[in-house]
Design a protein around this ligand. Sequence first.
Ligand code: ACM
Length: 266
Amino acid sequence: MRVGFYQFRPLFGKPAQNGKKIMTALENVDADLVVLPELALSGYYLKDKAEAIKYAEDPENSNLIDSLSNLANKRNMRLVFGFAEKSARQCFNSAALIGPNGIEHIYRKAHLFNEEKNCFDPGDTPFIVNDIKGVKIGIMICFDWVFPEVARALALQGAQIICQPANLVLSFCQQTMLSRCIENSVFAITANRYGADKRPQGILKFTGKSQIVAPGGKLLHRAAAQRDALFIAEIEPKAANNKMMTQYNDVLADRRPELYKSLIYK
Ligand code: ACM
């Protein structure tokens, strides 16, 4: 399976330009699955909910998302990309999985980071996996990395590849995702952005270094920090089916959920 990411620098408040940049970068790509950054169309550093809604897309009625679907159809591939999602009076920090026939799944970010809480409603979608060409993929968005329950919930449902659109500003995530891939024996594709959003409320700088990690925490590739990067690798998703860390230790089957009740009820 050919999977990868496109790291770029979305321009704040320029969805059409950002969409065009993505379309141009991917027009000849040969891949089954490409992951793009969080909020790849709108840019990141929104000031409040009104501004988030201004730059949001209604997936049922979005020329930009339709164009990306057409691209997925033409290239016979899947895309996972982050966008601000307008839904009635709500606005979510979402990621869509789109394929040759359009939208297959929308995940709404569960764990909002910092000032995102001024702009978005907390996600209300469960962690589920989608089947693409017989391979199970799950989605998390950026700051979800802090909550190991997310990768675990996806792995327990059979996710072989975790797709993570990101706009990372802290320095810990890339390295932490190696652990997520060790403890769940999964692949993870983190598609981060780079550059900065300079807004009246401040400046945020993004860390790039998008990456693909294999089960066992093996870093297959990490991009440069501050540069466009389209990277595609051939992987064998079945490698994620082997959960044995030693001949006696299955990282999923050896869990002791009866001892973890405080995880659920606290
Ligand atoms: C983040 O969740 N965008 C840091």
